[in-house]
Structures are given as C-alpha cells and as structure tokens.
Design a protein around this ligand. Sequence first.
Ligand SMILES: *[C@@H]1O[C@H](CO)[C@@H](O)[C@H](O)[C@H]1NC(C)=O
Ligand SMILES: *[C@@H]1O[C@H](CO)[C@@H](O)[C@H](O)[C@H]1NC(C)=O
Ligand SMILES: *[C@@H]1O[C@H](CO)[C@@H](O)[C@H](O)[C@H]1NC(C)=O
Length: 267
Amino acid sequence: MADRRPPAAAPLLRAALCLLCCAPAAVRAVPELGLWTQAVDDKSGPLIFRKTMFNSTEIRFSVKSFSCLRPVKFTIEWTLKYHTCHNEYPELEEMSQKHELEEDFCAYLKNINCWTTKNENLDCNSDLQVFPSLNNKELTGIRNASNQEGSMDIVARTQRDGFHIFIVSIKTEKADASWNLNVSLSMMGPHGYISASDWPLMIFYMVMCIVYILYGILWLTWSACYWKDILRIQFWIAAVIFLGMLEKAVFYSEYQNINSTGLSSKF
Ligand SMILES: *[C@@H]1O[C@H](CO)[C@@H](O)[C@H](O)[C@H]1NC(C)=O
Ligand SMILES: *[C@@H]1O[C@H](CO)[C@@H](O)[C@H](O)[C@H]1NC(C)=O
Ligand SMILES: *[C@@H]1O[C@H](CO)[C@@H](O)[C@H](O)[C@H]1NC(C)=O
C-alpha cells in the first residue's frame, strides 16, 4: 500500500506549490508603494502618482541630484486631487506623455477637492551643491521653527481618506534649457508607507498567520497524542495547514516590508 503514495503525492504537491506562487498575481496586483525615485528632464511631461491614502498622509518631494549646464530658474508646481471613484481620470498618464495636459490641473480636475501650490525661481547652476528645498507655506506655517527639521520637504498633506492623484510639474523659464533631475517622492501615512487599501489586508494576513500557527500547534499536539491511529489524510491536513501558514506569512512579510521601506521586495 505504502509504495503507491509517491506517484500520487508528487503532482498534488506541485499543483499546491504552483497555486501558492500564482495566488498573488491572481488575487490582485502588488500592493501600492510609498516611495518613488524618478529621473526627469526637460522633455518629460508632468509626473503623475496615484495612491489610496489615509487622512493626514505627509507627501514629501525633493530633488536628490541635478545637473544644469547653464543657470536656470525652476518653477515646481504640485497638485493634490482627491477623487471618489477608483478609476477616475484614467487618461492622465497618456496625456502627460503626449504633452497634452493643460497647465491648470485643478481646472481640468473639476476644481473640487484639489489643492495646488508652487515654488518659483528655484535657482539651479553647475556650482550649486544642494538643490533648494521645497516648501509649502500653508503647512510649515503651522509648525514652529524648532520643528522645521521634521517637516522638511513636506509639500502636501491629505485631508481625507481615499483615492488621490498627485501631479508634479517642473518647468523652467527658458524653454530651450537642458537639464535633468533625479527626484524622490514619498507618501507616509499614520501607519507607515502602506496605502489605506492595503492596511486592512496587512492586518488580515497577520491575524490569519497567527490563526494558522495555532491550528498547526493544535494539530501537532493531537497527532502526537493519537500517533498510533494516524491515517494518511491526517498528514495531508497537516500539509494544508502548513501551506496556509506559509502563504499568509509570505504575504504579511511583503506588506510589512512595503509599510516600513515604501518599496517592494522583488523576490
Ligand atoms: C540620476 O540617477 C541615475 C541613476 O542613479 C544616474 O545615473 C544619473 O546620473 C542621475 N542624474 C543626475 C542628474 O544626477
Ligand atoms: C515650539 O517649539 C518649542 C520647543 O520644541 C515648544 O516648547 C513650543 O511649545 C512650540 N510652540 C508651538 C506653538 O508649537
Ligand atoms: C483629517 O484629519 C484632520 C486632522 O487630524 C481632521 O481635522 C479632519 O477632520 C480629518 N478629515 C476628515 C475628512 O476626516
């Protein structure tokens, strides 16, 4: 009897492992990130970022490195738009690439729940060591000078929970100037970098992982108590519990990683 098991077990195990690996792709796309770095030059259009954010999420934007051969003055303008439906304004990315997006983003986005600010006359030349930091007077005015360090680079703060679009447009007064910048953007909410839609999932995976661990302990104890009467099906039940635990642990660690670093661990 016992020698019939390996042929039957191998395909089953393979199927289970395959399901485990394909599950993340099938369930939904990867969790939303919280940190981006991007290269921008004089030919790229406005940058568009989307994320489901909690209220009071702090959006930081800074120029990490730059190269301006000739002195130029930058105008950096950013717009935060809250929208209620998930797939609103799907055309923005394409329009930005084709340089068809109008100057006044808020007017285009119907002016409701839209906040915009800009910093003008940011000097850039080849002698400069650090790029001038951006600020939002509305936000930094609230805090006092000693807190300034902590609120560095905060350009916007969300005012409600939900879907947001963040647009950054970088311009110079001379159209023919050649420059390129490496910019960094982060969106850090009250729970970390995790997006508001992924936060409940992260809690779910954590709870399920604990539940599976408890099942596993219970099942092991029972199996140890009745080890003389164990049937093959009981081994399979143990395998299912183990796979469930592994799946939840992998998901939880990925979400936890995004929450603390803002980046996906590309495994
Ligand atoms: C931007 O980053 C890339 C990759 O790290 C680097 O090769 C490039 O020189 C940077 N550009 C500027 C303007 O610093
Ligand atoms: C400003 O900062 C100082 C030192 O941290 C603190 O004692 C004071 O209460 C702060 N004032 C306001 C208005 O936040
Ligand atoms: C967002 O948070 C701020 C400060 O924590 C609060 O005053 C405001 O009422 C909140 N907005 C919503 C829509 O919950």
